[in-house]
Structure formats: C-alpha cells, structure tokens
Design a protein around this ligand. Structure first.
Ligand code: KE4
Length: 422
C-alpha cells in the first residue's frame, strides 16, 4: 500500500535547495524510517493532514507538546486574545508571573523559575546554575539521554543524534565534553561512582529519547540519595515528562524531588518555550540576583506564555491524567490485540513499541532492537493513515482527544501494517 505524496516530494525538492537537508530539525527528515518527509498542512485534535491531503491519526504530537490535541480551542483562544496586545515587549509581564505561579502550584519543588524559548536553552541554563551553585564542573549524563543540542551533552546522545548515526557530534570541542561523565541508564552503581565530585547528574526521569525506558524500581530514589551524599545536584530533564506523566511530572509520579528541573514542549502548547527551576537557594545564583548569566530575547514571550497558561490550566481539570493513563493503556492494548510482536515500554500516555526479544531497559538494549523492521512498519502505518514517530528512538504520545474510535482504527492499521511487513 503506498501513499500519494507528490506535493510533499515537490516541496522537499525545493526545501533541500535552501534548508539543510530540507528540514529545520534533523529527525523530521524521516531518515529513521527510510523515506522522505511528509510536509504537514494542518493539524486539529488527534489528526494531521499533509500537503497531499492525506489524513493521519497522529501519535507524534509534535514530539510531545500536543497533549490536548492539535489546535486545542483553549490554546487558540488564548493566543488569539494575546495577539492584538503585541507579540514581544522585551519587558516583564503579569502573564509570566501567572505562568510561573501555575508551574509552582503544580510542582512545589519549583520555588524559582526561569523561562526560555526552548528545552535546549532550559537545560543549558540548568547546567550553568548547577555548576555555579556547586563550584564543580563535572556533569553526569546517561548514555542515550538526549537533552537538546548542547555541546557538553551531545555525547552518546539519543533521539535524532542516534537516529542519524551521530550520537557524539563532530564540531563539539573535546574541551566541551571533558567534564561530561557517561553512565548507562538504570545503572545506579555507575551513577553513584560518577557522582563523586560532580556538579550534577542530568537525567530524563523517564527516558524518551532512546524510545521510552522507565526508571528501574529504586533508580531515581538511589540517585536522590547519592546526590544528597555527594553534594551533587539532581537535575530532572522533564522536557518530555513535565505535565505529561502527571500534573507534577515525574517528580510527582515517582515521588522523587529534584533540585532543578527542565521543561519545554507541553508548557508552551506548541509555541517556542522552555523553562528551568528549582530550589530558591540554588536558583539565586542566576542573574540578575546572582552572577551566573543566562538570558533570552524572547524568553517568557507573551504568546508562548499565553498558550502555556492555557495548557497548564486545562491540565488542572480533575481526572484528566486518568484519561491520559487510559488512553496510553488503550494504545498499548491495541498493539497487543493487533498481534504486533513488540516489547512495549509505557509510562502513562507515552510509550514505545520495540521490535526486540528482550525488555528494553537502557541504550544498549534499545539500539539492539530491529530498527529496520520498525522503519518498514512505520512506513506501512503512514500508508494506512497512522502517523508514528519517524524513529525507533522516540515516544508515541496519546492526547486527551484521541477517541476510542481513533484507537480502534489504529488497531486495524497496526494489524494490517504488520501483515504487510511481518
Ligand atoms: P528543544 O530544544 O528541542 O525544545 O528541547 C530539547 C530537549 C531536551 N530534553 C529532552 C528530554 C528532549 O526530548 C528534548 C527534545 N526532544 C526531541 C525529540 N525527542 C525534539 C525533536 C527534535 O529534535 O526535532
């Protein structure tokens, strides 16, 4: 079964003449599933339409932000109302205060917050604060963890870096990664050793960038204890899990408090946003209160903040995380009902199906999965109106607006696609 993608192909030809690789972010190029990218025309609710008019039930969710579905009315209304008041002032606004108070109400450990325009910038800021607050340089990261396009962390990085075959990027000076210590995910002993004398460990509390890999029982708690013992800071990179796996993110879901946490994606409702925050005593090193410098022209942008306030407000609705949990469970059940031979890792409404004979618990087992089969399966799903993440090393996301009919249609497509490629 094939897809009419002639307009996408035409656009891709033009795009490659002016945008590197035809895209503005590598993993969008769909090389991870062995095809050229589809150009999207619009997105509403749980669906996206490409420029050839093909309709898809969407599980990419723009890599996570679309937790309320695309073009959520509450988000569109908030941005529409904000637009006539201007798009950027370069000055503080009341809405940034409202936004930060809403984040703190949901995540009490965030005593002070700094907004940015991307998750990468949020992580950069958190690392710099951790180093300034501790006076130490070494940062521990997990092999396969992805924290944005940051020099010191683009080493054994997951997500598109692995998908594109460059987990350690050229162009990053060795000096930039000299203080980066690498440990396998879910290997507590390795992390405990690496944390001696370290400024911090930065970790995806639920890995999403080697595909979804949950923390082993006791892993996060063990990192917390090791940080307490060594004086290193525990940084949760919750760019994916923040407001995804619980209203209070992984800190709430697993009951482990981080010293600093990074956010993005969902908190901007699809507009450019990031944020980092944590203990007031740690964050007080940040300018203008302290000497540690971090800045951004569009940080706390009025439109992104309006969208963020709308999403965070909507996610305060009682029972909404039960709905998301049920949606994730329904998608997992659809894979099983369709007889797709995968090992599924799921936390709430984020999951990854691995074509693997073993349970995936870290980067080594994730990268041992059959990515060629995943690629052909994903292509077959696109031809059947289901839009999966275009890489084995990403998360599938269910929103609050995926219906039981959408899941049933997905189950049919899963079975049919597996019939073609299996
Ligand atoms: P951004 O700079 O892309 O907003 O956020 C970087 C980032 C930081 N931390 C985590 C845990 C992340 O997952 C990300 C970005 N995620 C990828 C997909 N897994 C974004 C997609 C892309 O790179 O195009």
């Amino acid at each position: 079964m094939s897809l009419n993608d002639s307009r996408s192909r035409e656009l891709f030809g033009r795009a490659r003449e002016v945008l590197v690789g035809g895209v503005n972010s590598p993993v969008r190029a769909m090389r991870g599933i062995g095809r050229d990218p589809l150009f999207i025309d619009r997105a509403v609710g749980p669906r996206v339409w490409d420029v050839d008019g093909n309709e898809f039930i969407d599980y990419l969710a723009s890599w996570g932000p679309a937790i309320l579905g695309h073009s959520a009315p509450v988000v569109l209304d908030a941005v529409t109302a904000a637009l006539p008041r201007g798009t950027s002032y370069g000055a503080p606004t009341e809405r940034e205060v409202i936004f930060a108070e809403a984040v703190r109400d949901a995540i009490p450990s965030i005593e002070r917050l700094r907004m940015t325009s991307s998750g990468s910038e949020a992580v950069m800021g958190a690392l710099r604060v951790a180093r300034a607050a501790t006076g130490r340089d070494p940062i521990v990261k997990t092999i396969g963890g992805y924290h944005g396009a940051i020099d010191s962390l683009l080493v054994e990085a997951g997500s598109g870096a692995t998908t594109l075959g460059v987990p350690t990027s050229p162009g990053v000076p060795s000096a930039a990664t000299a203080a980066t210590r690498l440990v396998p995910y879910n290997d507590l002993d390795a992390a405990v050793t690496a944390l001696e004398g370290a400024a911090a460990i930065i970790i995806e509390p639920v890995a999403g960038n080697m595909g979804v890999v949950p923390p082993a029982p006791g892993y996060l708690e063990g990192l917390r204890a090791a940080c307490d013992r060594t004086g290193a800071l525990l940084i949760f990179d919750e760019v994916i899990t923040g407001f995804r796996v619980a209203r209070g993110g992984a800190q709430e879901r697993f009951g482990v408090t981080a010293d600093l946490a990074c956010y993005g994606k969902i908190i901007g409702g699809g507009l450019p946003v990031g944020a980092f925050g944590g203990r007031a005593d740690i964050m007080s090193v940040l300018a203008p209160e302290g000497p540690c410098y971090q800045a951004g022209t569009l940080s706390g942008n009025p439109l992104a903040t309006a969208a963020g306030c709308a999403v965070i407000g909507a996610l305060a609705q009682p029972g909404i995380y039960d709905e998301l949990e049920a949606g994730g469970a329904a998608l997992e059940a659809a894979f099983i009902a369709a007889g797709v031979p995968v090992r599924i890792n799921r936390v709430g409404s984020m999951l990854t199906p691995f074509f693997s004979d073993v349970t995936v618990t870290n980067y080594a087992t994730a990268t041992a999965s059959d990515t060629t089969l995943y690629a052909s399966f994903a292509r077959a799903l696109l031809a059947r109106g289901v839009y999966p993440p275009p890489s084995q090393y990403e998360a599938w996301f269910v929103s609050t607006v995926h219906t039981t009919r959408d899941i049933a249609a997905t189950a049919e497509a899963l079975a049919d696609a597996m019939g073609e490629v299996g």
